[in-house]
Design a protein around this ligand. Structure first.
Ligand SMILES: NC(=O)c1ccc[n+]([C@@H]2O[C@H](COP(=O)([O-])OP(=O)(O)OC[C@H]3O[C@@H](n4cnc5c(N)ncnc54)[C@H](OP(=O)(O)O)[C@@H]3O)[C@@H](O)[C@H]2O)c1
Length: 299
């Protein structure tokens, strides 16, 4: 059996670790993982520590393993941090992707790169793949630049834009769903905005989409998002309903009250018709995704 060689960058991150679990269970895949930390959070996997902003690290990782596919989930993902640490975040999100693209190109690997709806201004979403980007934050500008880096090469590459990831990742910082559940369970009041609209994406759906891209050898830009477009408040109510939590602890506010350093695209979300048609993508029902999280994480 000829195995596909798959290299996951950012393998300790929220999406990265779910990809690792998925491919670990696939006997047709030979896996190499890499992230910023000294060790892999998931044990018994091939792992090499690499900083994607280091040309040397990326060259060594990719030229030693010689993957057929490189999945890049590594990024500086703290949206407000990108405003204060502009240089560092650009170095990771843009120079890092330049390094990856260069090495991928040299060995003719297929690069799958993850981007975001933050490339849009959020004035008139939801957006399809033909919509004009207009980022309003440093994070959004760096992610759009990362896409442009890839688009300016002749690399075999797919770019996935996604939004508001959540799911049963065990390690690292909690996502929105876990935060809402743990706050309301411990009777903490939470402030939730009514004016940010997205279609939150279950990470395991995104993992499936990535796998389909590889299986069908698809290149180009694809949106991946959840089944329903919801304001953050509506999403929170769905979480509270499913997990039988006290809704009176939810304070309704608007985004401007948060006084966050980075502006957020408000009316956003990603139309997934292209992925549905070309990849057979189908997002799971929101309540079904909560059920999986409940079982896997004991929420
Ligand atoms: N989370 C969302 O809601 C969301 C929405 C849209 C798009 N995305 C995109 O989806 C992708 C995955 O997101 P995620 O939520 O899984 O992010 P994440 O949990 O923050 O994972 C990113 C991983 O990359 C690592 N990393 C950071 N700098 C690095 C460097 N210089 N070299 C190597 N690794 C580095 C991080 O390590 P440290 O933890 O040590 O920094 C972390 O393990 C990202 O490209 C993100 O922009 C995410």
């Amino acid at each position: 059996m000829i195995k596909k060689r798959v290299c996951i960058l950012g393998s300790n991150g929220m999406l990265g670790q779910r990809l690792v679990f998925y491919y670990l269970a696939n006997p047709r895949v030979e896996l190499m993982c890499s992230s910023f930390e000294e060790e892999s959070f998931i044990k018994n996997v091939g792992y090499l520590q690499a900083d994607i902003s280091s040309k040397k690290d990326v060259h060594k990782l990719i030229h030693d393993f010689y993957p057929d596919y490189i999945i890049n989930t590594a990024a500086y993902t703290n949206v407000d941090g990108c405003e204060t640490e502009k240089e560092l975040s650009w170095k990771i999100n843009v120079t890092g992707v330049e390094n990856i693209a260069k090495s991928a190109s040299a060995i003719d690997a297929h690069l799958i790169h993850i981007s975001t709806d933050y490339v849009f201004d959020g004035l008139n979403g939801p957006y399809d793949e033909n919509a004009m980007p207009n980022p309003i934050s440093s994070y959004g500008r760096s992610k759009l630049a990362s896409e442009n880096v890839i688009n300016s090469t002749s690399l075999k590459a797919s770019i996935i834009r996604t939004n508001v990831l959540y799911g049963p990742a065990k390690y690292g910082r909690p996502d929105f769903v876990k935060w809402v559940v743990s706050s309301l369970k411990s009777k903490k009041r939470i402030n939730i905005v009514t004016d940010q609209i997205n279609n939150p994406t279950f990470i395991d759906d995104l993992v499936q989409a990535i796998n389909k891209l590889m299986e069908f050898n698809k290149v180009g830009l694809y949106n991946i998002g959840g089944e329903e477009f919801l304001s953050r408040f509506e999403f929170t109510l769905r979480i509270a309903d499913y997990f039988s939590l006290d809704k009176s602890l939810i304070n309704i506010i608007v985004t401007s009250e948060l006084k966050q350093p980075a502006p957020r695209p408000l009316k956003s979300g990603l139309i997934t018709l292209k992925a549905q048609t070309e990849l057979g993508y189908k997002a799971q029902r929101v309540d079904d995704t909560f059920e999986i999280m409940k079982k896997e994480l004991n929420l």
